[in-house]
Write a protein that binds this ligand. Structure first.
Ligand SMILES: Nc1ncnc2c1ncn2[C@@H]1O[C@H](COP(=O)(O)OP(=O)(O)OP(=O)(O)O)[C@@H](O)[C@H]1O
Length: 294
């Protein structure tokens, strides 16, 4: 598999903040990689290094084998940032033509508009678009130059359920047609819908890089909830992957809830309101990032 983008021992600081801490990551041709992590984990910083917008303080970043800060390396890169400023008085079709004009081999405006559900909007000024329509246009623009690699930073933020699904379908079709994609998201549903490989980032470090299935298996797929006056003693019990406490009780991610409950009873830790159920993706992901923080 040809490597399209690679970070090798990359560290990036902002003053005292260590935004990326010794990150290794390689993305190959044909991959659709989901980058998952809480606010401030370092996802956007990672994408900005791949776009050549920032330089690493240590380590190397390669894009199509070159330095991403050389414009030539970025010819086959498409991006949608978290927020896009569109010139309000230009029409949708004009914006697509303007961005497309920068690429030697571009997708025709009508074809791109059709793919991303913008056909009816081509003559509308971008200032008159709804938030969801603007978002669709921003994502579409990442694909206009027939990129080999596309970076999508939270592509469906602000979209309703239908809009999100329609955009996922378009992204999947572009992937099937040959584009490799790195997508960041806060929505596990989005990562699940799009990505086969999941890279979890927490506090600037890669804490998991595997198939979605394998990541879930690692974090424990059962979830126990209870109330106790002695929450600190719970973490020492066997099979506890992670704990999270709030004012209503303690939640624990565990691998084997039967074994956990047997040990809980044997430990003599007082508890009430015991509940056991399968973990949602959201909980599994939180457990993983909290464990890394611990
Ligand atoms: N220009 C900057 N100046 C100072 N600190 C920054 C700058 N950019 C990012 N940071 C800090 O670096 C860390 C990583 O930020 P980054 O935006 O990469 O996270 P993220 O995972 O993309 O978060 P989010 O999901 O909220 O977009 C954060 O602590 C952030 O505050």
């Amino acid at each position: 598999m040809t490597t399209l983008a690679a970070l090798d021992g990359v560290t990036r600081r902002f003053g005292d903040i260590l935004a990326l801490d010794d990150v290794d990551l390689a993305v190959g041709e044909g991959e659709l990689v989901g980058l998952l992590g809480p606010n401030g984990a370092g996802k956007t910083t990672l994408l900005s290094l791949l776009q050549g917008l920032r330089r690493p303080h240590a380590g190397t970043v390669r894009l199509f084998g070159g330095d991403p800060r050389d414009a030539a390396s970025r010819q086959r890169l498409g991006c949608t940032p978290q927020e896009t400023a569109l010139p309000a008085t230009l029409r949708v079709g004009e914006v697509i033509d303007f961005v497309g004009g920068h690429f030697a081999d571009r997708m025709p405006t009508a074809e791109l508009a059709e793919e991303f559900g913008l056909t009816e909007l081509l003559r509308r000024q971008t200032g008159a678009l709804s938030g969801g329509q603007r978002r669709r246009l921003s994502v579409a623009l990442a694909f206009v130059g027939r990129p080999r690699l596309v970076l999508l930073d939270e592509p469906t933020t602000g979209l309703d359920v239908d809009g999100r699904r329609a955009l996922w379908d378009a992204i999947r079709r572009q992937h099937a047609a040959g584009a490799s994609i790195i997508v960041t998201s806060h929505y596990l549903e989005e990562i699940e819908a799009l990505a086969e490989r999941v890279v979890v980032i927490a506090d600037g470090r890669v804490v998991a890089d595997d198939s979605l299935h394998a990541v879930l298996a690692r974090v424990g797929d059962q979830w126990v909830r209870l109330s106790t006056p002695e929450p600190a003693r719970l973490a020492a019990l066997a099979g506890v992957v992670a704990t999270a406490a709030d004012e209503t009780g303690v939640s624990l991610a565990v691998h084997d809830s039967d074994a956990f409950v047997r040990e809980l009873v044997a430990s003599g830790i007082p508890f009430t309101g015991l509940q056991v159920r399968g973990a949602t993706l959201e909980e599994a992901f939180l457990a993983l990032t909290e464990r890394s923080a611990a």
